[in-house]
Design a protein around this ligand. Sequence first.
Ligand code: SF4
Ligand code: SF4
Length: 253
Amino acid sequence: MNPKKLFTNRPDPSLKRECGTCTVCCTLPRVVDAETAERSGGNLLSPLPLLPEGKAGYTPCRHLYGQSGDKSGCAGYSGCSRYSERPRVCDEFMCLWKFGLLLGDERRRPDHLGLMLTLDELPTMESEEREEDRVSSLVIDVWEVWEGACRDHPGRGVLDVLIGYSPHPVTIRYYGVPCSLQFKHPSDLLTGAELSRLAREDPRQLARWVRAKIARQELHNPESVYGIKIMEDLDRLERGECVKATFKPRYKT
Ligand code: SF4
Ligand code: SF4
């Protein structure tokens, strides 16, 4: 696949991208509650104001409405019931397809492609406050919308090009695994499918596995510098609060 047909640095300003019935970003990410956000001091990873009550990862937001039960659809929701007064974090969020950085028609929309791409900023060191260093601290997060989407067509093709040509590190958030993990030793890496299987079938074992890796300093999570996110996500995983979303592949060629 030609990378120029997949990504652009300059989105076409006349491009009008509609979310339509996609509700992936209202479902996959965890949104921290206001109290936790205040403790973290607010930052690019958890901008204020937020959903006051927060929401767990891989769980449809309670403000989504119109679940049709249509099994062919992305969880079957019609949209946000508080769209005109949605929190700033929702208003400002755009996946890279909506933003226009990921090219292509609706087949690349996250609920069709199976991948939601977002741009994140790694916490910068004081010595990295110069603009050029800040650019290099960007990271592309790839969220699996359903299990196996990174491995199978069409997501696999997009991911191969992204990893091959991206000027920024690429982090993969496997389906159901509520934290983005950077592995220090690739040989330690469980396959994404196995991580997702553990998240679904034995979340407590996955949480124990991640905790042990962190204790042995074999895993690094950039969000852990704030001291709140990964451990709370693991607590939620152990309580079985994740992997409730039900997305079905709709993209067919
Ligand atoms: S994931 Fe992208 S296309 Fe889907 S609702 Fe969010 S911004 Fe819109
Ligand atoms: S408040 Fe609305 S826009 Fe924000 S996550 Fe919930 S449903 Fe989506």
